[in-house]
Ligand binder design. Structure first.
Ligand SMILES: Cc1ncc(C[n+]2csc(CCOP(=O)(O)OP(=O)(O)O)c2C)c(N)n1
Ligand code: SF4
Length: 422
């Protein structure tokens, strides 16, 4: 067993006596027993009291939406696709209720991950509402008469769904052996840790003992599946490539003279190729030896209204996306003008290329009016505007975007000469 620390020395953030602290400590011990390196561990936490522990962990941590931690973790496990990495989920019984489909799906597909359910039988962080795990008769502040329903038996459900290792433990003392076995198991494993919320559970059910309560609920404290079975219903496709190694690589072919980051905003209408034009711009910058980022914005109803994209290009690494005020703003339609009004007002310098059918807004930027829409039509106006701005602002050689365009899927549809009208 190693003495590698997985927890910082800071005090754990829970109420006195809360079982969540013991889960964190037992998790650290189980990881030490497995001689794992913190860099090989990804902890995905859910919303709730248990989830605020992530800042105390020295491994990689991701904080998910309520109930969605298991779905996030499944994506991470599939993306890593590496048996030497350990993906662990911390969720409450509330999160497990909300995200039950993700748990069933995770077990069914055999994602390589371990879920630790902190079952204190109520929603702790929001004041003690009952969850679907609350046992019959258990009282909570919002259900003082006691639950009349039978709580879910998550362990039985997980066995039925095909989990490889499943165990229920009483969350008192040292149960790191159980966590160790779950972490070591191949495929999807789950440990349900029974707890009582000292702030709401104890107050509403004075004198109740945890083990008696679990017994009365009819929940067995045992190993339900020992990790040796090949129980997956549908094993995850192991042929998928790692998302990290499959990342896009563009080898520079041209050079750019720009010395500082340039933030470019392209603002137009849905269906007029704004996002594609921004992508060509960002990739052409990379082909010219620059770094680039792209951030798209559009309404949820993607087929109507504005479509905008912020691209940053820079000779140095860029550690953010988007910029409060663009250096270069390109507006190709009324929707784009309305969306970008906030930015035009903030621009005290820089340059604004705007379709000449539009009324120029109040701005401190130099305004250049070009008949983008008239020359190439609405559908190609964004792409043409990008070509035009690259050429006139001398961001990098126009051949960079020309090369990309000619090797891309739009080359058959749009004659390159129409985009080269400067
Ligand atoms: C989808 C969604 N619904 C409701 C909330 C509000 N909310 C925040 S914490 C919480 C309770 C968490 O309870 P549980 O998952 O059991 O974790 P615990 O606090 O007991 O550790 C709720 C309902 C939320 N954040 N997201
Ligand atoms: S409110 Fe309950 S679940 Fe939350 S930290 Fe306190 S004892 Fe734990």
């Amino acid at each position: 067993m190693s003495d590698t620390r997985f927890l910082t020395n800071a005090q754990l953030p829970f109420c006195k006596g809360c079982g969540h602290a013991l889960v964190a400590q037992n998790t650290e011990k189980a990881l030490q027993k497995l001689n794992l390196n913190p860099l090989d561990v990804v902890l995905v936490t859910d919303i709730g009291c248990h989830g605020i522990v992530d800042k105390n962990f020295l491994a990689h941590t991701v904080h998910g939406l309520h109930g969605r931690s298991s779905a996030l973790a499944a994506g991470i496990a599939a993306g890593l696709n590496n048996p030497n990495k350990k993906v662990i989920v911390f969720t409450g019984d509330g999160g497990a209720t909300i995200g039950m489909q993700h748990l069933i799906g995770g077990a069914h597909l055999g994602f390589d991950m371990t879920v630790v359910v902190h079952n204190n039988m109520l929603y702790g962080m929001t004041g003690g509402q009952p969850s679907e795990f609350t046992p019959c008769g258990f009282k909570t502040p919002t259900m003082p008469e006691g639950s009349t329903k039978v709580g879910y038996d998550i362990c039985e459900l997980m066995v039925a769904a095909g989990a490889s290792y499943v165990e229920r433990v009483i969350g008192i003392g040292d149960y790191s052996d159980s966590l160790e076995k779950a972490f070591a198991a191949k495929g999807f494993s789950l440990v349900e840790v029974m707890e009582i919320c000292t702030s709401y559970g104890v107050k509403s059910n004075p004198g109740m003992k945890l083990s008696k309560l679990v017994d009365a609920a009819g929940w067995n404290v045992k190993v339900f599946a020992d990790g040796n079975g090949t129980q997956f219903k549908t094993p995850v496709n192991k042929e998928t490539q790692s998302l990290i190694s499959a990342k896009l690589e563009i080898q520079p072919k041209y050079t750019s003279k720009i010395k500082n980051p340039v933030s470019i905003m392209l603002s137009g209408s849905a269906g007029e190729g704004v996002q594609s034009a921004a992508e060509y711009l960002a990739k052409a910058a990379m082909l010219s030896g620059l770094n680039s980022t792209k951030k798209g914005s559009y309404p949820v109803t993607v087929g109507v209204g504005f479509s905008a994209s912020e691209v940053i290009i820079s000779p140095n690494p860029i550690l953010y996306t988007g910029s409060p005020v663009p250096d270069l703003l390109i507006i190709t339609s009324v929707d784009g003008l309305n969306y970008a009004r906030n930015s035009t007002g903030k621009m005290k310098k820089g340059i604004l290329y705007i379709d000449d059918s539009l009324e120029a807004p109040q701005t401190g930027a130099k305004v250049v009016r070009v008949p983008f829409r008239e020359r190439v039509g609405a559908r190609n106006s964004a792409m043409y505007a990008v070509f035009y701005a690259i050429h006139h602002e001398k961001l990098f050689p126009i051949d960079a975007i020309k090369d990309l365009f000619l090797s891309g899927k739009m080359a058959d549809k749009v004659n390159i000469d129409t985009l080269m009208q400067f």
